[in-house]
Design a protein around this ligand. Structure first.
Ligand code: MOS
Length: 751
């Protein structure tokens, strides 16, 4: 049996030479040379272009479309409307499980958000389709749009996020606040944000009879197959999806989006391949966003700074027709020890596209508010923010009372603080300046994200030449999954990575589960690990039963796979290579399947989270209020690191997103029309290179024997948490101003 990766003891990992190596991105050269084929790069013969016409009101009714004008335009082949769209096997507004998002597929004339598709024009060229869509000149009957958290009645939420309880409580929060020597009672607001993946949502769709061939970016090939099969009334296996690369997903490509389905419908009615790619402004509506939140946070502390109560009451929004609610308060369940914790979510329904998972959904908006409030609590007790956090360090998960499967947060605090130089920080705000006279501030925040796992399958083959083939329908959305998973795959069969072919990214491969919740490496990685172990076990059965093998009779002693050879566990000099075993057995390959899932017993016994600590320095112009982040240091403990280069890159990406949350991102909604007014990358501000300071991400060693056999927790989303709060707290420290509405802008700091 292969024992590679079955232990977290680094000394016993000697057989696995790939896990832990800082290998470069397998598709890196393809991407920098422009030769990686993204979905929209496909142009099958006879392909037509589809362009959406969209609603310019947020609520009301579509009254008319000038179809004649569009149809008369040279090159236009078809105009698809509510009247002639192909029949669907399932109502796009039906929902048979919580992971099914309601879609706008021209089912009727109702308008429920600005940017909702109202027609699709299909033409021989992109230009003709674009002009045709403009010529439709839709007319609407508008009703007043509800676009802010105060525009509709709030109601209590039973569930938030992916089915978490909307309310949770331990202890007596009111008693904790009543007996507290110091309290903080503050309200933080976070804005609507949009995923803005660099690659817009799109599809290239071909029907071959009732078989569907798709080039379409997705974070979940199998779920996309299922969803589309339901809508079109065909078998999932009759849908083939290629999604080798995604130009970012961030949650918005977790499910097929309505416009992608419209592209497939357009191919149906024209009988030709169709490409539909959203324009940037069309991504502010039908493909999800992060909903705004308003979080009232109440904290109670003893005079000595021990928390006596934590409460977060969050109001957030969903659409009028679906049910995704940002679980912003939940981060208070995990972060700090307190005898009493209460979280409450209430919802309002707005005339907006349905919100969706967006990078660290809940944790991002929840932690920027809580980490700011904790900074306020530290200040109220006259304590250093790090000392305050250490005082309230949670040795067990506060909400559940469970022990953590592992928690190296103390080491994160120590290593991050040492690297940053935190020890020299004066408590008083406005007490540091740089050489140019700009105000300097230092802030910190705690990072956390749950270590999730989903279900996945993989297949491992050892071929006649002794090389390996490992397959799982995994998704590389830029995070480096293809690289990290290939490393796990190679170790799983005891081969150097050059001798392993790793296939991923298409729907005909075993289901790798969703690339989301920071769980893809753990989930797909464990399936590969299991498949590899199973195929090596089959090889071992063959060899140990074969009198001609040096491994004959070693069945009880056990064998190990290393560097393409199977060797005796008790004497690694005795063994033979994979190819020899297969040749003597007369086999051209040996193959096995593996699968992964979270272990329910371990999940029941332990709380599983990654942790981190982020330290930020900002400088603020005292006259103009201009804010610059000048340093960012994060230290993160997230279990085993498969590839430190990819992990560092993920953490940097997350930290930049945290910076963006604190200082940049904000979808501005026009209250009169319900339209996003900055629906483009010029006005919807995200950090550019000049906004991003030198960053460091320290990978803190952490062994976890419970989370899964490989000890992987996941790093995709944790970087965004902690960072936003650290920057907000640094702004406070620099200026003496506490800004409780994000993003913080210069207008908040002057006057
Ligand atoms: Mo992520 S929001 O789980 O893609």
């Amino acid at each position: 049996m292969s024992e590679i990766g079955l232990t977290n003891d680094p000394g016993r990992m000697r057989h696995g030479s790939n896990i832990g190596q800082p290998m470069t991105r397998r598709e890196g050269v393809l991407k920098v040379t422009g030769s990686a084929t993204f979905a929209a790069d496909n142009h099958p013969p006879g392909m037509l272009y589809a362009v959406l016409a969209t609603a310019t009101i947020a609520r009301g009714r579509l009254v008319s479309l000038d179809e004649a004008a569009a149809t008369a335009h040279p090159g236009v082949v078809a105009v698809m409307t509510t009247a002639n769209r192909p029949p669907l096997a399932m109502d796009p507004d039906a929902k048979t499980n919580p992971f099914m998002f309601r879609l706008d597929l021209l089912q009727n004339d109702r308008i429920r958000y600005a940017g909702q598709p109202v027609a699709v024009v299909v033409a021989e060229t992109l230009e003709a389709a674009t002009e045709g869509a403009a010529l439709l000149s839709p007319r609407f009957e508008a009703e007043p749009a509800r676009s802010t958290l105060d525009d509709a009645d709030a109601f209590a939420l039973e569930t938030v996020g992916a089915g978490n309880p909307g309310q949770a409580e331990i202890g007596d929060v009111e008693a904790g606040l009543d007996t507290a020597g110091r309290t903080v009672d503050v309200t933080y607001e976070t804005p609507a944000q949009y995923h803005n993946a660099m690659e817009p949502h799109g599809v290239v769709a071909r029907w071959e009879g009732d078989r569907l061939e798709l080039d379409m970016p997705t974070q979940s090939l199998a779920m996309a197959q299922q969803r589309l099969a339901g809508l079109f009334g065909i078998a999932p296996t009759d849908i083939h999806i290629r999604s080798p690369y995604l130009g970012g997903g961030f949650g918005s490509k977790g499910f097929p989006a309505g416009p992608q389905v419209l592209g497939i419908m357009a191919a149906r009615i024209t009988g030709r391949p169709v490409k539909l790619v959203l324009r940037r402004e069309q991504m502010y509506g039908p493909v999800g966003h992060r909903a705004p939140t308003r979080q009232r946070i109440r904290l109670g502390m003893t005079e000595g700074g021990a928390l006596t109560a934590i409460e977060n009451r969050t109001r957030t929004a969903s659409s009028t027709f679906d049910d995704f609610f940002e679980p912003a308060a939940d981060v208070a369940h995990t972060l700090y020890a307190s005898p009493a914790i209460r979280t409450v979510h209430e919802g309002v329904r707005l005339d907006t596209g349905t919100p969706l998972f967006m990078r660290a959904p809940g944790e991002a908006s929840g932690s920027i508010a809580l980490e700011s409030a904790i900074d306020e609590a530290a200040e109220a007790t006259g304590m250093d923010p790090l000392a305050f956090r250490l005082k309230n360090y949670a040795e067990r998960e506060p909400i559940s009372g469970k022990p953590f499967s592992s928690k190296a947060l103390r080491a994160c605090y120590e290593q991050g603080a040492a690297r940053f130089g935190w020890a020299g920080r004066p408590l008083e705000p406005r007490s540091m300046r740089d050489a140019a006279g700009r105000l300097l501030g230092w802030g910190m925040g705690t990072a956390t994200f749950p270590a999730l796992m989903f279900q996945a399958k993989a297949r491992a083959t050892i071929r006649a030449d002794g090389s390996g083939l490992l397959e799982t329908g995994a998704h590389d959305m830029g995070q480096g999954a293809w690289t990290a998973l290939a490393q796990i795959a190679a170790d799983a069969v005891g081969l150097p990575i050059e001798r392993v072919e790793f296939r991923a990214g298409t729907s005909d491969l075993p289901d790798a589960g969703i690339a989301g919740g920071s769980g893809h490496t753990a989930t797909a990685g464990m399936a590969l690990h299991a498949a590899g172990a199973a195929v090596i076990a089959r090889l071992a059965e063959i060899a140990t039963a074969d009198e001609a093998s040096p491994l004959y009779g070693a069945g009880n002693i056990g064998t190990l796979a290393q560097n393409g050879r199977l060797v005796r566990r008790d004497d690694e000099t005795r063994g033979e290579d994979f190819a020899t075993i297969l040749r003597r057995a007369g086999l051209d390959k040996v193959e096995a399947d593996g699968q992964s899932a979270a272990d329910p017993a371990a999940r029941d016994a332990y709380a599983m989270h990654a942790h981190g600590a982020v330290f930020a320095e900002v400088s603020v112009d005292p006259d103009l209020g201009q804010i610059r982040v000048t340093r960012l240091v994060g230290a993160f403990a997230a279990g085993r690191v498969i590839n430190p280069r990819m992990v560092e890159s993920q953490l940097f990406g997350g930290m930049i997103w945290g910076l963006s949350f604190a200082l940049h991102e904000h979808a501005v909604v026009d209250r009169r029309t319900g339209r996003v007014m900055n629906a483009d990358l010029a006005e919807y501000r995200i950090p550019v290179n000049a906004d991003v300071p030198p960053m460091e991400a320290i990978l803190v060693h952490e062994d976890d024997a419970h989370v899964n056999a490989l000890g992987i927790k996941g790093v995709g989303e944790i970087g965004i948490t902690g960072t936003g709060g650290a920057i907000a707290n640094a702004v406070r420290h620099a200026t003496g101003r506490r800004v409780r509405r994000f993003p913080i802008g210069l207008a908040d700091l002057i006057g």
